[in-house]
Design a protein around this ligand. Structure first.
Ligand SMILES: [Zn+2]
Length: 385
């Protein structure tokens, strides 16, 4: 079995911060995390990371595109480019996320994803799809196309899941049948999430009682906090065990909001996401259309040419972690559970993914502490970057 040693590692894992550590990998699995140097005898590869951070590979449960491609493009190349872009960010597992489009387009995306799986997933791994919509509130579309919004229908989800597994669905809980839909999702192994929603707190509770514990891009495209109706933002603060996705680019949420979330909510129930669009990994000046609207990337911000509204993110997970670390001062060993382990627990992979510990899958990202960009990425014990 292939034996790899990563030496001079600054290991950052949930509740773990060890400098000058050595990580021994055998096959796909971490065999040892040692505080002292280990014998290199029998190792086929030794990687000296020279004191850089080694963290659990990031898990991004909400990402649409990268490198000019969107997962919903009717182009088999799109998922390969998205997975390649994710790997370059240090993401080892991700849920490619669809837009609110026609059922036929969703099936095409699922077929393209199956082809990526059949090709052995050469970049970042993906166990399944995150459907963002089409069962959302037409008044809270954001950048989603209202023409394709429809009522929750589990039959449609099952039809897509026949082609490739569906792992998560963002939908508006207040829509007709919304509470029952949460239950139906669990029955077929899908995490239901409240998103693009105009719900009041009372609208959320029937779905919550049916097990719903996830909120899509917390604060964005949901009812704000008001002192007479606390809305979904208030619900996120009131109910501790709601797993809230957060876009930590300091644009979708201002630094003070990030501070509020990360210092007042339980860190066990926060999940960093990128929600990245096709313009992620592109240079300033890149222009594209989204739902017929022109978007241009300037200063790393993708905004509508007309009106200047924010159209999506170009965030990398590592930079999100840096942003929150900077604005809150929370130690990395506490924050790092929000980039991988929390996501793994909710999706049912918490015993194998999301930690740099003995027995866990060797999905690792080496982060340069100056640039906060990955200098190496390991997937299933194999160095892919
Ligand atoms: Zn999204």
């Amino acid at each position: 079995m292939e034996k790899t040693i990563i030496k001079n590692a600054h290991v950052i894992s949930p509740d773990v911060d060890i400098e000058n550590a050595a990580i021994v990998i055998e096959g796909k699995t971490i065999k040892q995390v040692s505080k002292k140097p280990v014998s290199e005898k029998g190792a086929s590869t030794v990687v000296d990371v020279k004191g850089q951070y080694v963290m659990p590979g990031f898990i991004d449960v909400h990402t649409h595109g990268a490198n000019t491609y969107d997962f919903c493009d009717a182009d088999p190349k799109a998922i390969f480019e998205l997975a390649k872009g994710k790997l370059a960010e240090g993401v080892t597992t991700f849920l490619p996320t669809t837009l609110t489009v026609s059922h036929e387009e969703l099936e095409v995306a699922a077929k393209n994803l199956k082809a990526y799986a059949d090709a052995g997933m050469p970049y970042a791994k993906t166990p399944g799809i995150h459907l963002e919509g089409p069962f959302i509130n037409v008044k809270c579309c954001g950048a989603q196309n209202p023409a394709y919004v429809r009522k929750p229908a589990i039959a449609e989800v099952k039809a897509i899941a026949k082609i490739f597994p569906v792992k998560q669905i963002s939908y508006a809980v207040e829509t007709e049948g919304g509470a029952k839909f949460a239950k139906e999702c669990f029955k077929i192994g899908v995490v239901p999430s409240c998103g693009h929603t105009g719900a009041k707190l009372a609208d959320l509770m029937p779905a919550y009682k049916n097990g719903l514990r996830h909120m899509t891009h917390f604060c964005n495209q949901m009812t704000p906090l008001h002192h007479r109706e606390i809305g979904m933002v208030g619900a996120g603060f009131l109910i501790e065990d709601l797993n809230t996705e957060v876009i930590c680019d300091k644009i979708h949420l201002c630094p003070d909001m990030l501070r509020l979330i990360f210092t007042r909510r339980s860190l066990a129930h926060v999940q960093m996401i990128t929600d990245s669009l096709r313009c992620s990994h592109c240079k300033d000046g890149y222009a594209f259309t989204m739902g017929g609207l022109e978007v241009k990337l300037e200063h790393g911000e993708a905004r509508l040419v007309k009106g200047g509204n924010l159209a999506g993110s170009t965030l990398w997970m590592g930079m999100g972690l840096k942003n929150v670390h900077d604005v809150t001062g929370i130690p990395l060993k506490d924050l790092v559970r929000t980039t991988s382990w929390n996501q793994a627990i909710e999706q049912g992979w918490g015993k194998t993914l999301g930690k740099v510990e003995k027995g866990y899958t060797a999905d690792l990202v080496v982060i340069n502490p100056r640039s906060w960009k990955p200098s190496a990425v390991f997937v299933d014990g194999e160095q892919r970057i």
